[in-house]
Ligand binder design. Structure first.
Ligand code: SAH
Ligand code: SF4
Ligand code: F3S
Length: 484
């Protein structure tokens, strides 16, 4: 291995990301490799500390645990605050403009920081560096950033750190195309009782508004045995809950050649391991099949909660979004799901103000939300992402109008949220205790099987335990309860 990154790779190809290249999809099955740490790197971080800021979705949270695991293996210790750390990583999100604006602000703030501590290493990681314009802007305007890498090369972190520490060179390495699936990566998990488990990477859906297929590459599934052994090990270590991660978990296994093994099969196998709770995120309605629903119904440990993004209730808009379903098809799938898994709690994601959305299209969304009776929703105003097809669609709706739609939608969503919580009043539910509540010294919080947040009186000896709680009152965002 050479000492600098530039020796090893074709600069032309790897220096900066290329969104057109990132859009390409091949039929090749991804190679599987094991992460190996070079002996000479094992102590390069000793007497040094790191701090990671994580933005965006659960995939990023899980990736940050891998970065932390690798840094730990290099000898770095995790700092409790950024002010006392020698290395700061921003693991970024590119999903909407406001997510990116936060990062630009952070980069500005950290500049002043670096003036006080010139030895501080600053790294930009995650989805933003996968965008061409971001890398260019950082190189031009934020020269205090030492390392830039993307979502496909986290396993190369030891090389980047070594270069930044010893050669004092700037490292810029972003792959536009996904590489191998890397197994045996060390992880420093953020929680002691619940764990993220990637089951697949990437997305092939290409919803016209979305940057993720470009920043995360093509869909590729981890091998069944790798996932099963990770979950078995977690159970042995005392973990009580796993959340299976993928941009579209229902596409799991579709990239396997000559093997018929899909998400429902995986759920069945994982259920047999006997870890208390299995959750997953997120799903595309188009790929949700009967096998998955039946695995939820039959599994003892698969939680009765489903996040099923709908995005819009207008067929015209759904088509322009490239979502592959109509509002009726969505409601049909949802109906089947509720019939198969009685009492299931369903939440969703909705975008308002997509280019060309009329008042009537928005009313169609309101109607669908009423019919679906979602128990929660993440709602967003459409944000233009350069490089995606929708960025070129004419958009005539005024910003104030979009805000008004969002507000109306949120009022409806909040009503349904409360109704979904009220159904648990006077019922006794199972809660996995997570920690202290912000509602007072002796108040604790945890989540129910239906993924509802509960506040109750208790103490820290309960953390990590599964307890019975009787719900006394439903508030909009959480439940109040008493230990039975
Ligand atoms: N793969 C996940 C979504 C990840 S992004 C899924 O399909 O379920 C999370 C949510 O962000 C999406 O569901 C969508 O509602 C929203 N989103 C994505 N791109 C957006 C954009 N350009 N503007 C506004 N919201 C967007
Ligand atoms: Fe984005 Fe659509 Fe893929 Fe979800 S399914 S990540 S919204 S392209
Ligand atoms: Fe954001 Fe990347 Fe996740 S864009 S939502 S961090 S996949």
């Amino acid at each position: 291995m050479g000492d600098t990154i530039m020796d090893e790779h074709d600069i032309e190809k790897y220096f900066k990301p290329d969104l057109r290249q990132a859009r390409k999809r091949t039929r090749n099955t991804s190679e599987r490799i094991d992460f190996l740490l070079d002996e000479k790197d094992q102590n390069i971080g000793s007497n040094r500390t790191f701090f990671i800021h994580t933005y965006g979705c659960q995939a990023n949270e899980a990736d940050s645990e891998i970065m932390a695991g690798i840094l730990n293996a290099l000898g770095f210790a995790q700092a409790s605050s950024e002010s006392e750390s020698d290395l700061i990583i921003l693991n970024t999100c590119a999903i909407r403009e406001n997510a990116e604006n936060r990062i630009w602000g952070e980069l500005g703030r950290l500049k002043a920081y670096k003036r006080h501590n010139p030895d501080l290493i600053l790294a930009l990681a995650g989805c933003m560096p996968q965008e061409e314009y971001v890398v260019e802007r950082v190189l031009k305007k934020y020269p205090h950033v030492d390392i830039i890498f993307g979502t496909h090369n986290i396993h190369r972190l030891p090389d980047y750190i070594r270069t930044a520490l010893f050669s004092k060179e700037k490292v810029v390495e972003v792959y536009s195309e996904e590489g191998a699936i890397v197994e045996s990566v060390p992880k420093l998990r953020a929680h002691a009782y619940k764990a993220w488990v990637h089951i697949m990477y990437g997305c092939d859906e290409f919803c016209t508004y979305c940057i993720v297929p470009y920043t995360r590459g093509k869909e590729r599934s981890r091998a069944r045995e790798d996932i099963l052994s990770e979950v078995r090990e977690l159970k042995n270590q005392g973990y009580r809950e796993v959340t299976l991660l993928g941009q579209n978990v229902n596409a799991y296994g579709k990239d396997f050649k000559d093997v018929d093994y899909t998400f429902g099969d995986l759920l069945n196998d994982l259920d047999r391991i006997g870890i208390d709770r299995i959750r997953f995120a997120t799903s595309h309605p188009h790929d949700l099949d009967r096998k998955t629903m039946e695995a939820m119904r039959d599994g003892k440990h698969v939680m009765p909660y489903f996040h099923l993004p709908v995005q819009s209730g207008s067929d015209k808009i759904l088509k322009k979004m490239n979502r592959h379903y109509t509002s009726k098809e969505y409601l049909d799938v949802l109906g089947q799901l509720k019939e198969t898994v009685p009492g299931i709690s369903v939440t969703t994601d909705i975008i308002v103000g997509f280019p060309g959305e009329t008042e009537q299209d928005f009313e169609d969304t309101m109607d669908l939300v009423k019919q679906a009776r979602f128990e929660g929703a993440f709602t967003f105003i459409y944000s233009k992402r350069e490089g995606t097809p929708a960025a070129k669609y004419p958009d005539e709706t005024r910003e104030e109008e979009k805000k008004r739609r969002l507000q109306r939608l949120n009022e409806l969503v909040n009503e349904l949220y409360l109704a979904g919580s009220k159904r648990f009043e006077e019922k006794t539910v199972k809660v996995l205790v997570e920690g202290y509540s912000k509602h007072g010294e002796d108040m604790m919080i945890g989540y129910t099987e239906h993924n509802k947040l509960v506040n109750f009186k208790g103490n820290k000896s309960l953390i990590g335990k599964m307890i019975d709680v009787r719900i006394t009152k439903a508030m909009t965002w959480y439940l109040m309860g008493e230990i039975v």
